[in-house]
Structures are given as C-alpha cells and as structure tokens.
Write a protein that binds this ligand. Structure first.
Ligand SMILES: NC(=O)C1=CN([C@@H]2O[C@H](COP(=O)(O)OP(=O)(O)OC[C@H]3O[C@@H](n4cnc5c(N)ncnc54)[C@H](O)[C@@H]3O)[C@@H](O)[C@H]2O)[C@@H](O)CC1
Ligand SMILES: [K+]
Length: 446
C-alpha cells in the first residue's frame, strides 16, 4: 500500500475480478450482470470491474445499496454504458451472475435489510463475491447474522481468515486469488501448499534403517471396536515411519498381525497413538503411553482423559469431542472453531487438530494451519482412526508436533480426494491411497 497508488491496486483487483467473471460466463457479449454495490472500496472494485465487463459487451446494472458509492468507479461504469438503480423493482429480470460488492475487508458482520432483499430476489442466480462473501466476519471466519453465500469468491493480494476457516469458508464457494503485488507480513493462519508438503515430508536418508526412520506405537481398539485398531495401524503403517508396534489384547493383536504382517509387539517407540476404539481401556492406554515420555497422538476415547499439559503432543478431536473437553456445547465450537482450537492449544500446551470440513491445527503460540484438501466423502467411519495413525507416524519420523499434525491433515485430505475421485470411499481405501498420493507428490519434486 505504501509503495503503490490506491488506484493502481484497485485497477488490478477489478481487472482480475472482471476476468474471472468473463471466464465464469464463458464470454461477454449479450451476458447480463447485476452488481450489488456498497459504500466502500469493495463497491469500487465491483463498479470498476463492471465498467470493464460493459466494455466487453456485457449488459451491466448496478444496484446502489448506499447513498455513497465509490465516485471513480461509478463514473467509470456510467461512461462504459452501465446502468445504476437504487431499487430492486427498477432492475431488469434475471441476470446471469450477481456480483456481491457490498462489503469487503472493511465490513462489519451481517447485512442490512436492503441487501438481504436484493439477494433473496435473485436466489438461484450464481453469485460471485468480491474479496469475501459480504456479511461474514473476515478476521475470524465467524458468522453473525445474514451473509452472502457465493459460488465463487475472487480475492485480492492474499487469502483472508474467512476463506480458510468455517463457517465462513463454506460460504465462499470456489476461491480465486488475484495477485495485486502486495508485500505481506507473516500470516497468523496459513494453509500448506503442495511445495510445502514436499519440503516437510520425511524421506529416508541414504543409509537409513528402520530404527533411524522412527518407530510408531499404536494403543487402540478393544473387543467392542477391534476395527479401530486395524485402521489406526493402517494409518501408521503407510511406510512413513520405519516400523509400527501394536499393543493391545491378544485377540485384537492377532487380527492386527493378520492384516499387517509387518507390525510387531511392545518395545521402544518414538511416538504413541492412543485412543481410537479404546472404549473403557482408553484411560489405561493413555497412562501407559504417557509413562514413556515420548510425543503422543491422543484421539477419540482417550481425549476424555486428558488433563494437565501435554507439550510436544497432538490432540485430534472433532467438534463434539473438543466441546466435551472444554465443557461447551458442540454448536459453540462449530460457531467459533478458530477461537476454540487456539484456546485448547493454549490450555493444554500442545498442538490441537480440530477435524472438520476445514481441519484446523493450532500450536500453543497461536499459529494455525487450515487444511485446504479433502472431500465430504471423508466423513466415513474409521477415517479419523487412519488420521491419528498417520500423524503418529510423522511424529515418530521426527517432525515437530505442529508440522506432523498439519502435514498429516493435508495428506489425509488429499489422499481422500485421490481415492474418492468424486465418489464414495472407505477408511481402508483411504489408507491404501496415502502412499500413492505421496508418490505423486514426490514425483513432481524439482
Ligand atoms: N486495501 C487494499 O489493499 C485493497 C482493497 N481493495 C478493496 O477494498 C475493500 C475494502 O474497502 P473499504 O476499506 O473501503 O471497506 P469495505 O468496502 O469493505 O466496507 C466499508 C464500508 O461499508 C460500510 N459497512 C460496513 N459494514 C457494513 C455492513 N455490514 N453492511 C453495509 N455496509 C457496511 C462502512 O460504513 C464503509 O463505508 C477490500 O475488501 C477490497 O475489495 C481492493 O481495491 C484492492 C486493494
Ligand atoms: K463482498
């Protein structure tokens, strides 16, 4: 901002927005676009993009929702032949696309009645949000009152928290970022990209042997839930660590050995995975694992027994489990996931991985990584057990807890998408696709 004239940034933003809208429309001439325009620079972006679209033959109408509108944007739109109106009833029928330029990063959460009325009048028409869907809380991802639900969000300079954190992230639709040449500080919320994952992924050294690659131990499963043991072991046994140990009842252990002949019994480990399917044994599993003094992944039934602090460890709750730990209602965690995952990481002095549509991983210092991979098909029994095992293997391989958890969440989501190919998947096929996903990633190295 210091180096660039305001107008230059807005020009770049508007050009990127107009290009994305043309792409969505499949052309310009004869198409109809409605702009919903608020009082600030977000409205200015919309008006300026509207002028660019009008020059490409698009019939552009702007509904001005405030007495003030960005003056230069307004002049540009009118000069290009765009129309402006102040009432919904004065608009032509059904546009091909609605552009939400009501508010951006300067907006307060919620929408005014005139904006809500306009959005309701054109329900069913695809919506392109300018920078963020208006009405969401940009810096927390929270939602308080009415907001736009977009099919496409075109953002500028960098992703904002609302693009990465639910519930706002779910209102963004597809995301398209336009580089406008900003110099940006380190973010407090980040999302790993494939190149980051390749850099962080543990790979065997030239003279590696199984012990130098790390040994991960799994304490999971019970007579009621033997499958959880098999799936947690499947997640741990994807070849990222040098060896997997399983500790549990002989009945479950023999089934684990049958399914995974590489897996061995009790001994020294560099990390433990505790809790999936543990049932009534979960407290004892957690105590036994804690006694070793190595990093832990605490999942499922073991989460209810966490107390004190667990430096270097990872908790992997879903919203209901985190609510249980914090003594809150599930809905409260779902409404403010970023605040609560950070609160839990601070309270237990460990990394907390909150599973969901956008899995969040928080470190005790407040840094958060949001997971951008995954598919709703991953909401399937046992997928969480696989994730716990996977994170455990990354811990055993020597990654710090924050990297192990965020890398595990990314790989888990990407492997799920790979295995799903747009259709259903099971936890077993998910685990099987993890090494294939990593092979694809590493093949693109360099
Ligand atoms: N800062 C930057 O570097 C750039 C900003 N740009 C655009 O500028 C936007 C930010 O512009 P502004 O700071 O002017 O702020 P906004 O345009 O986001 O909104 C602020 C205006 O909306 C009003 N308002 C606040 N909450 C409202 C609500 N809930 N309902 C209705 N009106 C409300 C305020 O009174 C104020 O006039 C960005 O989101 C982006 O679209 C781009 O042009 C690119 C460069
Ligand atoms: K907007």
């Amino acid at each position: 901002m210091a180096r660039l004239h305001d107008g230059a940034l807005m020009e770049r933003a508007a050009a990127g927005l107009a290009a994305a809208v043309l792409d969505l429309l499949g052309g310009g001439y004869g198409r109809r676009v409605l702009l919903l325009v608020g009082s600030g620079d977000n409205g200015g972006d919309g008006l300026l993009a509207g002028s660019m679209l009008a020059r490409r033959g698009v019939r552009v109408e702007a509904l001005l929702l405030s007495d003030h509108a960005h003056a230069a944007g307004l002049a540009a739109l009118r000069a290009a032949g765009g129309l402006t109106v102040r009432e919904v009833r004065d608009l032509h029928p059904r546009p091909d696309v609605v552009i939400d330029a009501i508010v951006g990063i300067g907006g307060r959460p919620g929408l005014r009645p005139a904006a809500v009325e306009a959005l309701e009048s054109f329900a069913g028409v695809p919506v392109v949000a300018v920078d963020v869907p208006s009405g969401v809380d940009v810096d927390t991802g929270e939602v308080d009152g009415p907001h736009v639900t977009a099919d496409l969000t075109v953002t500028f300079g960098t992703h904002k928290v609302a693009h990465l954190v639910d519930p706002a992230a779910s209102a963004c639709g597809a995301l398209h970022a336009v580089d406008i040449g900003l110099d940006l500080p380190e973010p407090a919320v980040e999302a790993l990209q494939p190149a980051d994952v390749r850099r962080l992924l543990p790979q065997p050294a030239l003279h590696a042997h199984k012990y130098t690659r790390g040994v991960v131990g799994v304490r999971a499963g019970s007579s009621t839930y033997p499958g959880a043991a098999l799936l947690a072991v499947a997640g741990a046994n994807t070849g990222l660590a040098g060896m997997v140990r399983y500790v549990g009842s002989e009945a479950v252990a023999s089934r684990v050995r049958e399914a995974h002949p590489e897996v061995v019994g009790e001994g020294r480990v560099q990390a433990w995975v505790v809790g999936p399917g543990g049932g009534n044994d979960a407290a004892a599993m957690l105590d036994a694992a804690r006694a070793d003094g190595v990093p832990l992944v605490v999942d499922a039934d073991a989460l209810a027994h966490v107390d004190g602090t667990l430096p270097g460890c990872v908790l992997t709750p879903h919203a209901g489990e985190l609510a249980g730990i914090l003594g809150l209602a599930r809905e409260e965690v779902e409404a403010r996931p970023l605040a609560h995952v950070r609160g839990a990481a601070d309270r237990f002095d460990c990394v907390v991985l909150l599973k969901g549509h956008r899995t969040l991983v928080a470190a005790p210092d407040g840094l958060v990584r949001a997971t951008s991979t995954g598919t709703p098909w991953l909401a399937t029994a046992g997928a969480g057990d696989v994730l716990a095992g996977l994170v455990g293997s990354l811990l055993a391989a020597g990654l710090p807890a924050f990297d192990a958890a965020s890398l595990g969440a990314w790989v888990h989501g990407a492997a799920g998408t790979r295995a799903s190919r747009g259709g259903p998947l099971t936890a077993t096929t998910l685990a099987g696709s993890i090494p294939l996903l990593m092979r694809d990633l590493l093949a693109r190295q360099g």
